[in-house]
Design a protein around this ligand. Structure first.
Ligand code: SAM
Length: 204
């Protein structure tokens, strides 16, 4: 596990304090991952039965419920299990973090694991954040570009792990957009519609 420099620990504590007293989840913090994307991420991680895996932000359980046999745990603030209180060591932390907490989330993740696989909005995958992860001794081993049709911007699945720095990074891309499970342009997420429910099932 990496040692988090004091300046980052301080920031982590500040973020946590700020969040626990005043913090309210933003609407974009609760956008759930399509099952096909979560399954792709899980496949990319080649999880072994001996692995101990943490889903740090359960939401509807799309990662946790689809993990192959392994030791698995989850956090979810709405169930009273705060990721920032997590401790121990994990072989892998995998998920889709609440976007307004990216910096603190990364710091906490790097305290707990040598391997992280997150789904990033392409504009959230900044050089500052990537440098912060690389500075802690992680290597970027897989970068996968994709588009969910009803989400703003492209997204990337990125795996970082502590391994031989000479390890080549796989760069891959999804051939087709990920659509709503209804398979149609149902308006999900558009014009005030909820991102987490098929547009055909909503009236506004
Ligand atoms: C972007 S959603 C992703 C949910 C699910 N993992 C998925 O991909 O469908 C982020 C989730 O993180 C949860 N969350 C926010 N802050 C958290 C915290 N401090 N600890 C644990 N979960 C948190 C939110 O309630 C929300 O369910």
């Amino acid at each position: 596990m990496s040692e988090i420099p004091y300046s980052q620990q301080t920031m982590n504590n500040k973020m946590k304090k700020f969040r626990s007293k005043n913090y309210k989840l933003k609407p974009n913090d609760k956008i759930y991952t399509p099952k096909a994307v979560a399954e792709l991420m899980i496949k990319m991680c080649t999880i072994k039965p001996t692995d101990k895996v943490l889903d740090p932000s359960l939401g509807g359980g799309v990662f946790y419920d689809n993990l192959p046999p392994c030791t698995k745990e989850f956090c979810e603030i709405e169930k009273g299990i705060d990721f920032f209180d997590a401790s121990g060591e994990y072989s892998l932390i995998i998920g889709n973090p609440p976007y307004s907490l990216w910096n603190a989330w990364l710091n906490k993740t790097m305290e707990l694991t040598n391997k992280l696989c997150f789904l990033w909005g392409i504009m959230n995958f900044t050089h500052h954040r990537m440098n912060r992860i690389l500075e802690q001794g992680y290597v970027l081993t897989h970068y996968h570009l994709l588009k969910v049709s009803y989400w703003f911007s492209h997204h990337v699945i990125v795996i970082f792990e502590k391994c031989d720095p000479a390890t080549l990074c796989k760069i891959t891309v999804s051939g087709k957009e990920f659509k709503c499970e209804c398979g149609k342009r149902c308006g999900r997420g558009a014009g005030g519609k909820n991102y987490n429910i098929c547009g055909n099932l909503q009236k506004i």
